[in-house]
Each structure stands twice: as structure tokens, then as C-alpha cells.
Design a protein around this ligand. Sequence first.
Ligand code: AP5
Length: 216
Amino acid sequence: MVNIILLGPPGAGKGTQAKRLEEARGMVQLSTGDMLKEAIAKGTELGKRVEGIMARGELVTDDIVIGLIEAKMKDRARGGFIFDGFPRTLKQADALGDLLARTGETLDAVIEMQVDDAALVARITGRFTCGNCGAVYHDLTRPTKVPGVCDVCGSTNLKRRADDTEETLKTRLMEYYKKTSPLIGYYHAKGQLSAVDGLADAGVVASAIAKVLDKA
Ligand code: AP5
């Protein structure tokens, strides 16, 4: 069992690779972004609190996301956890370290997915997902086989995100560079960081991640 973090800016391919790892290795994806979007879709109190913040592309408060992760980590994951979009600040990174220590678990790898900003605009504005199973698609690089129908579960509930605009991406990227990119140095200093080329074909990225995990 291995626990890993997928670290990278919006559109780096974290969700795409997390889904592959779930299928290939029986790991469990813990995406704070997905948890928050679910709260918004259900109209919960939490959803109402975070909706505007997320639409603007800003980060929600540390305490909210730490609470979400803590609750999910109570269920054991046979193949280990994939932390996707968490941690995003140094406070969240410390909190994750404490949560793992409390349950006697380890963080086995932090995978930095390296991409350049120019590629992210095309990825973000072309993305759509299945509202039923969460499969991730792209208009050009990964369209569905049958237009309008999810390849994985057959649902026709395909959606685009409210924050997937070129304008909001600028704020999301700024938040990443200001608050999340310091984690690269943090995990490098701990000897836990490995980098992969996130611009490569998704299958090539998956093989590079597999190599890191096989050594972990
Ligand atoms: P979140 O949902 O985590 O979004 P994000 O980090 O902006 O990341 P994305 O989901 O946009 O990108 P991804 O890296 O998963 O890329 P994907 O695989 O989809 O967060 C949303 C918001 O929630 C935040 O802005 C914040 O407000 C809040 N939030 C969440 N967590 C938080 C936290 N911890 N603290 C505070 N606030 C938090 O791929 C993108 C596209 O590219 C897809 O179309 C895909 O098909 C395509 N693609 C993927 N890989 C490749 C490839 N190798 N080649 C070509 N195309 C590819």
C-alpha cells in the first residue's frame, strides 16, 4: 500500500492520472476539488460558503479542506490514497503529515507534474467530465467515442466546470504559484519529491508515475 500526492497546477492532469491509478492499482482518489464541487451540487451549507470562492478561482480556507480529508481518511484504502489537489498550502501539508502519523501511515511519494502555462489554457478550456462517474475528457485530445456519451458508464450527463475559463485560470494559476508551488521545495527537502513530464501523452505520464510508485 502506498500513499501519494499528485502535485501540479490546474490542468496538469492530476485527476486524469488519479483515475488511472484507481483502476490499475486499487488506490483511492481523494480530490478536495471534487468534494467541494459535490457540496456545491448538493446545495449544502459548505457548498454555499465555497461556491463564490471557487468560481473566482481562489483557494478555500485550510480548515475546510483539512476537515474534508480527515473525514475521508477514516475509511482505509486497500491500495493507498492518492491525494489530488491536496495539500495546496504549507499548513495543509503539515496537517496531512500529522493525519498520516496519527494512523501510523506514511507518505510514500510526491509526484510533481510539470507542465507549462501555455498548454494549460488549451487543456482547461477543452475539458469536460462525466457527471455520473467522473471520467475526464477533452474536446481535442480525449473526446468520447460516441459524441455526448461517456465511454466508461454510458451516461449522457457530460459537464463543463464553471471555473474552466481563460479568465479564471489566471487567478487559479496565481494561487498555485503563490501558495502551492512552495510545496515543491518542502517535499524536495524531505527527499519525497519526484518530477514527471506532464506534457507527455497521458499513457506516457502514467508509465512515468508507475516507475516512481514501483520504487516507493
Ligand atoms: P480542483 O478541482 O483541484 O482543480 P485544479 O487543481 O485546478 O485542477 P484541475 O482539476 O483543474 O486539473 P487536473 O490537474 O486534475 O487536470 P485534469 O486531469 O482534469 O480545485 C478546484 C477549486 O477547488 C480550486 O480552485 C479551489 O478553489 C478549491 N480547492 C480544491 N482543493 C483545495 C485545497 N486543497 N485548498 C484550497 N482550495 C481548494 O486534465 C485537464 C484536461 O487536460 C482534461 O481535459 C484532460 O483530458 C486533459 N489532459 C490530462 N492529461 C493530459 C495529457 N497528458 N495530454 C493531453 N491532455 C491531457
